[in-house]
Design a protein around this ligand. Sequence first.
Ligand code: COA
Ligand code: MG
Length: 369
Amino acid sequence: MVSFTRILFHQRSQALSTIKATGIRPLRSLLYVPCSSPKFLAKSLEENVASSDTIIYDLEDSVPISRKKEAREDLVSFLKANPYLKTRLAVRINAVGSGFEEDDLASIFSIFPSSPSSSNFTPLSPLKPEDHSSTPPLPVIVIPKVDHPAHLSKVASLIKEARGRSAEVGSRVPLIASVESAESLWNVGDIAGWRGEGCQMSGLLFAAEDFCASTSILRSPSRVELLYARSRIVMAAKAFNIAAVDMVCINYKDENVLKEECEEGRRLGFDGKQAIHPAQISRIQSSFSPSLSEIHRATRILEGMEAAELENKGAFGLDLGGGKAIEMIDEPMVKAAKRVVQVANLLGMTDKALSSTTDTDEGPSPHGP
Ligand code: COA
Ligand code: MG
């Protein structure tokens, strides 16, 4: 227990200095707020909605064609009136070629031409809430229907135009590309690895419904038909160290389906999940946070490795209970364990883990008891 405590506190002080330096906080839930209705915009300031790690203000599919202009204007007025949101701000623009994308970007960057703060948006994404002394961070731009990297280059050139000279001094705009078609999935490595001036490729997001419509896939409740696409997206994101965001759970009144989807997404390697309803936020956040049993296991691994190293060993056997089941632990498991403890510290879960002596929590525990 002494060593367990020491590991957590040591990692926590490291994590806290990281937070101070960068404002880093894990990415888990990304909630869509349709800009079609001022009521939804206002709701996004309320605690149950603003508790999402990121809010994606949507100008695309949740807004009918007849309201595109008003929705864009309403969003601009809303953001001007509320420049410092509690959550990470993202805006989903309309797709390249829709005829709306240029005006969307011009409007957004008329409010945020530049920002001195970091725009790095990785699975441990930066968030500087309530730092009223600095310019608000640049919004993340979510781009729907990215079929190939040329779509990203087009968006980057429109952003450059919209930001004007500010783009030369401000930080880079984080982009998240939405994978929605067969062509997109085929090109996903080139999309994830895209580099362009003034922007930073920061994440991939899976739009399951459009993807099924584009590929003639017939979804079953098991979602097995989507496994290949989801895994391919995760691999492309991990290859380029950007965020992987899982599909929307459309059964937004069914807590069991959401739980199943979240746990599956987590096991597949996703960093977070899109949400459409405030009721989905807390489940997504807990599923994409380490469980107490994962934290306990991770600290036992770090503790065990410390002891093994004292004996000049690079591997040891972790007792999974009663000395009957033993699992070999070496460097890759230690790496994963360090990340679990780091994320736990960032989420302030350390105290809970320290005060809990039993593994009573639920949630995905992919490698542990
Ligand atoms: N953002 C902000 N507030 C939301 C919200 C959202 N995405 N979804 C629901 N709410 C609010 C509702 O306005 C309602 O507020 P009220 O109690 O003050 O009336 C409350 O949360 C409860 O909502 P509920 O009545 O259960 O749902 P609804 O019938 O109003 O809306 C949807 C259901 C699915 C239409 C709505 O959640 C929605 O439009 N989600 C986003 C869809 C979207 O963006 N799709 C594109 C991306 S895939
Ligand atoms: Mg779509």
